[in-house]
Write a protein that binds this ligand. Sequence first.
Ligand SMILES: Nc1ncnc2c1ncn2[C@@H]1O[C@H](COP(=O)(O)OP(=O)(O)OP(=O)(O)O)[C@@H](O)[C@H]1O
Ligand SMILES: [Mg+2]
Length: 404
Amino acid sequence: MDSKQAAMELERLYQDLSVSEQKFKTVADYTSNWEYWINPSGRLEWMSRACQKVTGYAEEEFFKDQHLLESITHPEDATIIRDHLISIGSNAPCTEEIEFRIIHRDGTVRQIQHTCQSVHDASGNYLGRRSANRDVTSQKQAEKEKHYLQAQMLQSAKLASIGTLAAGVAHEINNPLTILLGNLSVLVEQVPIWMKPEFRERFDVLAFQKRVQHMEEAGNRIAAIIGTLLNYSRGDCGTYPCAVDLNQCVVETVAFCKTLLQKSGVEVVCDLAPERPFIVGNIGCLNQVVMNLLTNARDAMDSVTGERKIVIRTRCQGDLSQLIVSDDGAGIPGADVTKIFDPFFSTKSPGKGTGLGLSIVHTIISKWEGSIEVQSKPGEGATFTVSLKTAAALPKASSQKCAA
Ligand SMILES: Nc1ncnc2c1ncn2[C@@H]1O[C@H](COP(=O)(O)OP(=O)(O)OP(=O)(O)O)[C@@H](O)[C@H]1O
Ligand SMILES: [Mg+2]
């Protein structure tokens, strides 16, 4: 090759290099991530222009002050960055994704998602790390708002079921309270009279005992109702599971919903297994399961003009205990069957349903490693079957009855 050919070849190589450099610059300058390359001794080799948008500082400022990244790191995340930068000296492959906060030049805090990988030349020599930093501040903020909104919705779902519960409790307590107060006022009136010597012989011990006995029974009934109410507030479904009587839950919940169901003209028929199935769970959460299935069944019968009936069955199937709730309501369209357990899915008018009932039921049942299935056809009602592992070696008792 003569000198003219060599010059032409050099010129061609130079042109190729410029095109390649131009391509690299175009990609690097327009990348929205804040990217950089740090050599094994911790010095910055290259930084993308996007650093200005993410941090408020230009590339030159990072080159001038090699500790700028550490300086703008949020003080609470300083150790995350320090530990990570130390690891750059080693040739170990880096797959770790870290998150840290920086203080932007405008004073705002930005959440950064950081990934990096080791860089090697053609001969395999370690050249440091290439890092990509993504500003995920608005994404994190949106997630936070979504969680807040979900928590608010959960709270209103809870309040709605407390409302249902309160109506049932008020009705249930009212009867024994009337008995208690009625007998008490008779005694308050009569006792001073009986105490007078001239009326002593009129004192009827048996009648007195009977009144006190009625009062005691009424007091015990109120205590039992309050005890059951406390069962609803035993919240955490995952911890401290114990053996829970499925039949008892059905009886208690039906009693609480009695007023509500009667008002809606709904008859509830309970067909409870005589073996008295016990499951491993938490009574408060199991009551919530029964309550949600029951109120859904009732709501599904809003449009039913004739007889409105809900059948609740419990049964033992091998090592499983089952709770089966059937109604003659509107049924569920095929397209909705896969969605009904999703949080916030509801076909009820706004203000009537949050769409959280079945998702809460599903979460509880899954926590206890059980299953819930639904069988339904539009216009032909729905049957929900909950299957849970039976608790081993527990006392058996006779069947229980309930009605509403
Ligand atoms: N027994 C049923 N019959 C017909 N549709 C049902 C039945 N149970 C649930 N659904 C459907 O599933 C949807 C979701 O039920 P879910 O209990 O999760 O929410 P919701 O009842 O609408 O509201 P919430 O329970 O929060 O008050 C209901 O809106 C309804 O369309
Ligand atoms: Mg519901």
